[in-house]
Design a binder for this molecule. Structure first.
Ligand SMILES: C[S@@+](CC[C@H](N)C(=O)[O-])C[C@H]1O[C@@H](n2cnc3c(N)ncnc32)[C@H](O)[C@@H]1O
Length: 274
């Protein structure tokens, strides 16, 4: 991976800042992570009436944020006291969802995490810098003091795309390998271009080519139907896959994205260690 902070993580912060301005999200921290050029975009899109794919991208990210938020909230309600956010980028859950007695841990590539730490407000998570393409997540969790005797909610949001298949297997399999019963995983997977209709395939193809040029190529994607077998083969149980249509019903009712669609570019899943 490149040695500069992740541009995709910052783009996501930009959309979260925009959604917060629209009153649809409570991420008041997102805007502070934007450099000047993205701040300009943030100001420019204030009156933007997104249509078509732009709208799907923006509200898809809202659904994604709400999906992962719900996993954290439910985990905390059920008594889980460790939240591990892998590939955290400019995620602000450690501040937004802070709860007495609950510890948040963030793991990210050193270049992105150093920038975040420099700009982050006080408090927040325990930060762990690691290149997970090189270092095993088991070692990182141990180094962080994440107890393997107690369950955790582990989020891998917008992350698996950037590892090849063996890297994704190693990452998700190593978390399961700790055999910490009650641990909950939240993860999303990019869609395979060959499974998409022509227009979306073309748009996603262009988007992925741009990402590759920026040094963040998409290396892994999965068909939704293959997600349960994939996660079960790594030691996870109780796999629930949520497609775009279901996400829409659960998290986007009442938003301007009136038509449910699977064309959100990703599938979301949760799983547990039993
Ligand atoms: C698309 S961003 C998602 C950020 C965040 N999860 C969110 O949804 O806002 C991908 C994140 O994964 C991190 N990442 C990618 N490859 C990584 C690696 N090999 N080791 C650690 N982190 C990595 C990037 O630094 C970046 O923060």
């Amino acid at each position: 991976m490149r040695d500069r902070p992740s541009a995709t993580a910052e783009n996501i912060a930009l959309v979260r800042a925009h959604l917060t301005r629209l009153g649809l999200l409570d991420d008041v921290y997102a805007a502070r992570f934007l450099r000047l050029s993205r701040r300009a975009v943030y100001r420019l899109i204030a009156r933007w009436q997104a249509t078509g794919l732009g709208r799907r991208a923006v509200y898809g990210l809202l659904a994604r944020t709400r999906f992962f938020d719900e996993l954290v909230r439910c985990g905390i309600e059920e008594g889980i006291r460790q939240i591990v956010i892998v590939g955290a980028g400019y995620d602000a859950r450690a501040w937004r969802l802070a709860t007495p007695g609950v510890r948040f841990f963030e793991i990210d590539h050193p270049a992105t995490q150093a920038r975040k730490r420099a700009l982050a407000p006080d408090g927040g998570p325990t930060f762990l810098a690691a290149d997970l393409a090189v270092e095993s997540i088991e070692d990182v969790l141990q180094r962080a003091g994440v107890s393997s005797a107690d369950p955790a909610v582990v989020l891998c949001e917008g992350l698996t795309h950037y590892f090849d298949e063996s890297g994704v297997r190693r990452l998700l399999g190593s978390i399961a390998h700790r055999r910490c019963v009650g641990t909950v995983l939240g993860v999303d997977f990019g869609v395979r271009l060959e499974d998409q209709q022509r227009l979306l395939r073309a748009v996603l193809g262009v988007q992925r080519a741009i990402l590759a040029l920026r040094g963040e190529p998409i290396l892994f994607a999965l068909n939704a139907g293959d997600v349960p077998v994939f996660l079960e083969s790594l030691g996870w149980s109780g796999v629930e896959v949520v497609t775009g249509r279901q996400l829409h019903k659960r998290f986007l009712a009442g938003t301007p994205l009136s038509k449910a669609s699977d064309a959100l570019g990703a599938y979301f899943a949760s799983a547990v260690i039993e």
